[in-house]
Design a protein around this ligand. Structure first.
Ligand SMILES: CC(C)(COP(=O)(O)OP(=O)(O)OC[C@H]1O[C@@H](n2cnc3c(N)ncnc32)[C@H](O)[C@@H]1OP(=O)(O)O)[C@@H](O)C(=O)NCCC(=O)NCCS
Length: 407
């Protein structure tokens, strides 16, 4: 399948990448991200950048734009994990931007995801102004924490052991432990081999790895690295310890891992970017201000590729039925009205209470924000005001959504 897009200075051919074209496409990505692709770097990345599920935009036979995805499953409220495309490696060469190349690539990719049966697509955005126009919405957010001078309250969970692993052991154990712990929050994704093929080396190889064991065995891990902060003027500053990845089966394991991190010698502060908004650490400290929030960012961007399947699969809260009308010009099969009840969601011809597009629907879907907040912000059209409180309770979730996997 090849689509030709007319540009002001020539045509672009949009088509699936073919085996053998991976490196040239990866160079497009490298240049756009201001990174030199050496032979050595490509050797490390090759396994995570297969031609499969990847599209290129070609000008005069040369790739100048690329997008791709890997297959995964994404947890939705209620615990089901749905087939999803984790979109990565999106770039257009600087001398071909703002001519509609990404728009054409996104259209080809979304159509392909729909054909493959992906119910959702998910990505992390380099800039927050790019993906809304393609129906992606912020579905989870992350906060950056800086922890210094912290001590635990007497009633905080305690117990368990933490041990540091060697690299080889960590490369085997961490992927297995992540899989065994399961997708405990809406927004989390399965980490398949194509993801681990690079992350095993980069994430694990470049970090210290500590594992927590509770009464039922290993139940959490943290990857961290340190950076010396000492200067000539401030020789006693110590190091900053930065958390690269932290997943645990329960709050007791989270507490055990944090107790360990906060005890590492010669460290003056612990930085933890991208933690879930309901991270329990501050509530476990004697001085909650010892855990400062230094940033709040969008985390995962979601696109409902198959709206009826996505709405039918998630759990709904209590409330009177609400009919949501969705207009999705890019994937017209999604357009229609959906009656949402505590028992499920299905297409209807009944009158609509709320009307929206795919971006806002994605912002609501995992429960990150209530419909009333998005309606107040002008993102959701309210046709029947009496339905709004019911929409709030129907869409509400018990656990804050979070992806927690970089890609
Ligand atoms: C982001 C990127 C892929 C956009 O590619 P592009 O081919 O220029 O995008 P398009 O021409 O299809 O743009 C479509 C629309 O989005 C807008 N847009 C695209 N990128 C934008 C950006 N970074 N900031 C603001 N608006 C942007 C365009 O202005 C255009 O708006 P319009 O439809 O109102 O005219 C490209 O700029 C790039 O490679 N950036 C560096 C790498 C990167 O950030 N990749 C994304 C990783 S998540």
């Amino acid at each position: 399948m090849t689509i030709t897009v007319r540009g002001s200075s020539g045509d672009y051919r949009i088509r699936p990448l073919e085996p053998g074209e991976e490196r040239a496409a990866f160079e497009v990505l490298g240049r756009a991200l201001h990174r030199t692709v050496t032979d050595e770097y490509w050797a490390r990345r090759e396994g995570s950048f297969p031609a499969e599920r990847r599209f290129g935009a070609f000008a005069s036979g040369e790739p100048v734009g690329v997008t791709g995805s890997f297959a995964t499953r994404l947890a939705v409220p209620g615990g089901k994990a749905l087939p999803a495309a984790a979109v990565d490696g999106v770039a257009v060469r600087a001398d071909h931007t703002r001519r509609g190349v990404l728009t054409a690539l996104m259209a080809a990719q979304l159509a392909d995801c729909a054909r493959r049966g992906d119910v959702l697509a998910v990505l992390h955005a380099s800039e927050a102004t790019i993906y809304g126009r393609f129906g992606y919405g912020i579905a989870s957010r992350g906060q950056s924490l800086r922890v210094a001078g912290a001590s635990f309250r007497a009633d905080a969970p305690s117990g368990g052991e933490v041990r540091l692993l060697g690299t080889a052991e960590a490369q085997e154990l961490v992927p297995r432990l992540y899989a065994e712990m399961g997708l405990s929050r809406a927004g989390m994704i399965e980490r398949r081999e194509v993801w681990w093929s690079y992350a095993r080396e980069r994430l694990i190889g470049e970090h210290q790895v500590a594992v927590h064991s509770g009464p039922r065995g290993d139940d959490g891990f943290v990857l961290y690295r340190t950076e010396d902060l000492r200067t000539f003027d401030q020789p006693n500053l110590g190091a900053a310890l930065t958390v690269g990845d932290l997943h645990a089966a329960d709050t007791a394991a989270v507490a055990g891992l944090w107790r360990f991190l906060l005890r590492v010698d010669l460290v003056s502060e612990v930085r933890a970017p991208g933690r879930p908004l309901d991270d329990p650490l501050a509530a476990m400290l004697t001085d909650p201000r010892a855990c400062a929030v230094t940033g709040l960012d969008d985390e995962s961007w979601l696109r409902l590729v198959d709206v009826p399947a996505a709405l039918a699969a998630r759990e709904w809260g209590p409330g009177e039925p609400v009919v949501v009308e969705v207009a999705d010009p890019q994937l017209p099969a999604n357009s229609g009205r959906y009656r949402i009840t505590p028992g499920g969601a299905e297409a209807t011809t009944g009158a609509a209470d709320l009307r929206t597009g795919p971006e806002t629907l994605a912002m609501l879907y995992l429960g990150d924000r209530p419909p009333s907040a998005l309606a107040a912000a002008g993102r959701l059209e309210v046709l029947n005001p009496a339905a709004l409180p019911h929409a709030d309770t129907l869409f509400a979730t018990r656990v804050t959504p979070w992806c927690g996997t970089p890609f």
